[in-house]
Design a protein around this ligand. Structure first.
Ligand code: ADP
Length: 507
């Protein structure tokens, strides 16, 4: 197949279910392209393997073409043909797997949420490893992500290493321990894994039942490196409440488990070059930010008379994790405090979607509140640019990207102190934090009072001390949330693991 190593760096292959901007549901998609590009810039050969979804944004893929080869992969006792496509996304070489399976696994008009997700992604994981094996690849690192590709770890060590495909160390990143990919143990057999061997308490058996397996647990057990997406979250998931049943497994594998804060793609998220926004701007020239605020007010038919009225933004999946009850409260709180509120969000949970549709209808022609219940990347850029404050009242948050994007666009974050929010937002009123790190407003208690008091402090600061607010905005915009330093941490982990393997092979 097409790409070969030309640099002295490592050969790193990510196998994932998402990649921004082509196939993105949430933060995972951003990580694959952001981390991938940063590792590539450091001189490594980085390749990505994705499913070939029907609903991807094909116009954002360069040089997409089908390869002449067909890769056959095992599933449910027989071999299925896979058509392999290659293309370039954001400068990264990507393989797309198109299974010729009657169930049309990736021909569903959506990424997740199908009745047979476990089957779809166990098929993909097997086909992805098979592709690398048949292509004669000799990667140093295979990096899989979340439960959808967690199958790769046991598949690699149990089936492929025995065939001599064993050059790689396996790294697994869990982006959210809420989603663990559990299923009746028998379903594991479809992709060729040995149910009897793996359905054991120290391997893949789920804590909830003897006949259930857990793919994230399998990846923790079978990977050489296990990471999650922030240091605070890596501690939280070691507790009974945070680990969702995996705290014991994480504790017993704690030597290889570490939290690394995600970065953001600072090319894609750059107010001085962003083509989605009305006027580009920078920390040195904030006039454009005010113009973006005016523009969005016009566009959303919000009243625009008072320049001093702060605009609060919120861009999120509307799921319980994100503190939907507090998001709802924030709308009313912003109004009471004399501000405006714009929400961009959509929900896979029908009753939450309905609840927010009701609120959206209630505020349909209100002059200070607008709810936009959809997924819209272009609009998200406008809201980051136009808002003065950005609200993230999550119940838990593995890393969170929106607080970092908001700061890059000069929107000051108001967040609950949990997970990655705790590692990236530091309260301006907390004297124990050195001033250069203070960048937003935080609260601890997951209730309305906690949020209200943080919002009140933010509004007071905005209204009473406009100059100091502007300095805060400029400071936030100048913070470095690029992937560079996080990618260096991954690089170091990979290198150490590869070196350990080589040393062991020499003994
Ligand atoms: P999660 O992965 O849990 O959804 P993150 O904060 O890690 O949360 O990442 C969310 C990403 O998805 C951000 O890039 C954010 O801008 C984007 N996003 C979330 N909801 C929407 C939406 N309704 N429209 C556009 N972009 C969205």
């Amino acid at each position: 197949l097409t790409y070969s190593r030309t640099s002295p760096g490592m050969h790193i292959i990510h196998i994932a279910a998402e990649m921004a901007p082509v196939a993105k549901v949430g933060g995972l998609g951003d990580v694959i392209s952001g981390l991938g590009k940063a590792l590539q810039r450091k001189g490594h050969l980085v390749e990505i393997v994705l499913p070939k979804y029907d609903c991807m944004q094909y116009d954002l893929i360069t040089d997409m073409k089908a390869l002449d080869v067909v890769v056959e992969s095992y599933f449910d006792g027989q071999l299925f043909r896979n058509k392999i496509w290659v293309g370039i996304i954001e400068g990264l070489p990507v393989y797309f797997i198109e299974p010729h399976h009657p169930a049309k696994f990736f021909w569903r008009g959506k990424y997740y949420g199908e009745y047979d997700d476990f089957k779809r992604f166990s098929f993909f994981s097997r086909a992805a490893v098979e592709l690398l094996y048949q292509a004669g690849k000799k990667p140093d690192i295979i990096h899989c992500h979340d439960w959808q590709t967690a199958f790769v770890a046991p598949l690699y060590w149990d089936i492929y290493a025995a065939k001599g495909f064993n050059s790689a160390r396996i790294c697994f990143t869990c982006h959210n321990f809420e989603y663990q990919g559990t299923a009746p143990a028998s379903e594991l057999a479809s992709c060729g894994l040995d149910v009897h061997q793996l359905n054991r308490p120290d391997r893949m058996r789920d804590h909830s039942a003897d006949d259930k397996v857990n793919t994230v647990k399998g990846a923790i057990v079978f990977s050489n490196i296990v990471t999650t997406v922030s240091p605070t979250y890596s501690q939280e998931v070691r507790t009974v409440e945070g680990g969702r049943g995996l705290h014991e497994t994480l504790k017993s594998h704690s030597k290889k488990f570490i939290g690394i804060l995600n970065g953001i793609d600072t090319d894609a998220w750059n107010p001085s070059t962003d083509n989605y926004i009305s006027v580009q701007y920078s920390a040195d020239d904030l006039q454009g930010k005010a113009e973006n605020k005016d523009a969005i007010r016009k566009c959303l038919k919000l009243s625009g008379s008072e320049g001093s009225q702060p605009l609060v933004g919120c861009i999120t999946r509307l799921v319980p994790q994100k503190g939907v009850h507090l998001i709802r409260h924030a709308i009313y709180c912003a109004l009471e405090l004399g501000g405006q509120f714009v929400l961009l969000g959509s929900s896979p949970v029908p009753h939450i979607q309905r609840e927010f549709e009701d609120i959206a209808n209630h505020f349909q022609s209100h002059s200070h509140v607008r709810l936009l219940l959809k997924y819209d990347d272009a609009l998200s850029h406008l809201i980051y640019a136009a808002s003065d404050m950005f609200i993230i009242p999550s119940m838990f948050e593995p890393c969170g990207l929106t607080q970092m994007i908001a700061m890059r666009y000069g929107s000051v974050p108001i967040v609950r102190k949990t997970g990655g929010l705790n590692d990236s937002v530091f309260d301006v009123d907390d004297n124990t934090i050195p001033e250069q790190y203070q960048n937003g407003f935080t609260f601890v208690a997951p209730d309305e009072q906690g949020l209200s008091s943080a919002m009140e402090r933010a509004f007071q600061h905005y209204i009473r001390s406009p100059e100091s607010w502007q300095q805060l905005v400029q400071k936030d915009m100048r913070l470095d949330f690029s992937w560079d330093s996080s990618a260096s941490q991954y690089e170091e982990l990979y290198e150490r693991s590869v070196a350990r393997a080589r040393a062991a092979a020499r003994v």
